[in-house]
Design a protein around this ligand. Sequence first.
Ligand code: FAD
Length: 368
Amino acid sequence: QKKYDYLIVGSGLFGAIFAHEMTKQGKKCLVIERRSHIAGNIYTENVEGINVHKYGAHIFHTSNRAVWDYVNSFVEFNRFTNAPIANYKGKLYNLPFNMNTFYQLWGVQTPQQAHDKIEEQRAQYSHITDPQNLEEQALVLGGKDIYEKLIKGYTEKQWGRPATEIPAFIIRRLPFRLTFDNNYFNDTYQGIPIGGYTALIEKMLEGIEVKTNTDYFSDKENMDALAGKVVYTGKIDEYFDHQFGSLDYRSLRFENEILDLPNYQGNAVVNYTERDIPFTRIIEHKHFEFGAQPKTVITREYPEDMSEGKEAYYPINDEKNQQIYQKYKALAGQLPNVIFGGRLAEYKYYDMHQVVEKALDVVHAQKL
Ligand code: FAD
């Protein structure tokens, strides 16, 4: 008889939901976490009374009522709506592309005028019938003004290369809204947990044994011996010792600053869409929670290549990496007592609501 039913590697959203649900079923769980804190990439840290999103800005959004009710059963969510602003050479534009943006770009005031203007802009590129790269694709879909002011520089910074060297399929369509609606997401439900995401994960892990600063690979054999099954939410290539090569990721560098003023930019997210400014955006964390603290915390976000010691943020969804991933997945399938789940173990860019859905599916399968 082993000491635990489940050893859960990683205290992010996936691991926390799994541990919570299984504990509720009377199973014994141990959660181990390599970092010094719980909550994975949704970790928020209290600085000057402000919940700072330490691994990048996180906005919860879903159209799945069950998922929304589920997360709200732990902590209440506020009414935050993501409405980012773009700054291009000192001029501000609303995002996503909507009537406000078109008014700011061209002075057009009616949906018909906006439609005609976009068509006029696009017509200049109608000779491009088979776009070969992101630049051509964006010009065909939206024309020069939108591409140059709002897409080009930002995307080049994100990818670390010129738009002419980024594949066209990245942009399939450009969502144009002919209404004055700055809400970035189309989902039915949206918000931020009151008290921050760490409070959400703390609630999920209430009463469950958690060991932080504990790396699974530092003592894998002994840890495996503790439990009947392992739930692994770390990088899948690391689990198999990179035997088929390393999977690629994009990373980010965050530069945090505490400012002695109550309001720096008046919005949670401002994108800097010109190439010459090295960061992609500035996050002002207090605005996720309508904060009225005397100080403010801002974060400049710099996209970076992945290298030793950096956090893996975005899986790279290209053919080469998918092929490598499929090999690891096949190996994982041969281990009946190890469950691979979450963003790193499935090498998939999951949003939070998708992680919730996925974790609850896996829990359900365990109960059968
Ligand atoms: P993680 O949170 O990565 O958790 C895995 C945990 O396992 C980590 O804590 C890690 O330290 C631990 N671990 C790994 N290896 C080991 C080991 N060997 N031993 C012990 N512990 C280990 N989603 C949204 O819905 N909305 C957003 O606005 C949004 N913005 C995002 C912005 C950024 C910059 C990023 C990177 C992601 C964003 N996401 C967003 C996605 C969201 O972060 C993920 O869906 C979610 O955090 C995934 O949870 P997870 O448990 O799978 O992974």
